[in-house]
Design a protein around this ligand. Structure first.
Ligand code: 5GP
Ligand code: MG
Length: 174
């Protein structure tokens, strides 16, 4: 454990929650297949764990999304890079991110992919920081509600570090 980190959810709790979400998703989409759109970089770990626990056929594709602006408030525009190359028209699509904060990233991606004629389009996040929501976005699958704190680990970074931690933590301030 890093001295500067305050544990939030340990590995066992995270894996238990991911299993719970995977079971719900597998039930909801039983008899069909889905395309998982993993929002890089943060969702790389969550998507991989989630996909491994699904009981339905799934494809996994990747898109990079980043928000610009000052680091304290995510006011900036969302920039989409390395867009997916599969045709999602007529497909069941699930956009997977690790955290919803302002909601802008998922709102922009839902709008972007919604225009490509998917049969259904849903969103899944492990963490929901509801206190910071500024745009209206529908979250279909939510793991944990989290307070308005800066979280790292399990894909989430602080200046590109801590993404590899198997647990979630808050950086201690003061
Ligand atoms: P949005 O504001 O668009 O919902 O979230 C934008 C992005 O900000 C997220 O995908 C995530 O990369 C980052 N983000 C939001 N809250 C946190 C947090 O508590 N910790 C970290 N490391 N990143 C966050
Ligand atoms: Mg980041």
């Amino acid at each position: 454990m890093y001295q500067e980190l305050q544990p939030l959810f340990d590995e066992t709790s995270i894996q238990g929650k991911v299993k719970e979400l995977a079971d719900r998703i597998s039930r909801d989409y039983a008899g069909t297949e889905i395309v998982i759109i993993c929002v890089l970089k943060a969702a790389a770990l969550f998507s991989a764990d989630l996909a491994r626990l699904l009981g339905i056929p799934s494809r996994i594709v990747f898109v990079s999304a980043s928000s610009y602006g000052n680091s304290a408030v995510s006011t900036g525009e969302v920039v989409i890079k390395n867009d997916i190359e599969v045709d999602i028209s007529g497909k069941h699509v699930l956009i997977v991110d690790t955290i919803a904060d302002s909601g802008r990233t998922l709102a922009v991606l839902a709008d972007h992919y919604g225009k490509r004629g998917p049969k259904t389009l849903k969103t899944a996040v492990l963490l929901n920081k509801q206190a910071r929501r500024t745009v209206d976005v529908r979250l279909d699958y939510v793991g944990f509600e989290v307070p308005d704190l800066f979280i790292v680990g399990y894909g989430l970074d602080y200046a590109e570090t801590y993404r590899n931690l198997p647990y979630l933590a808050v950086i201690k301030t003061g």
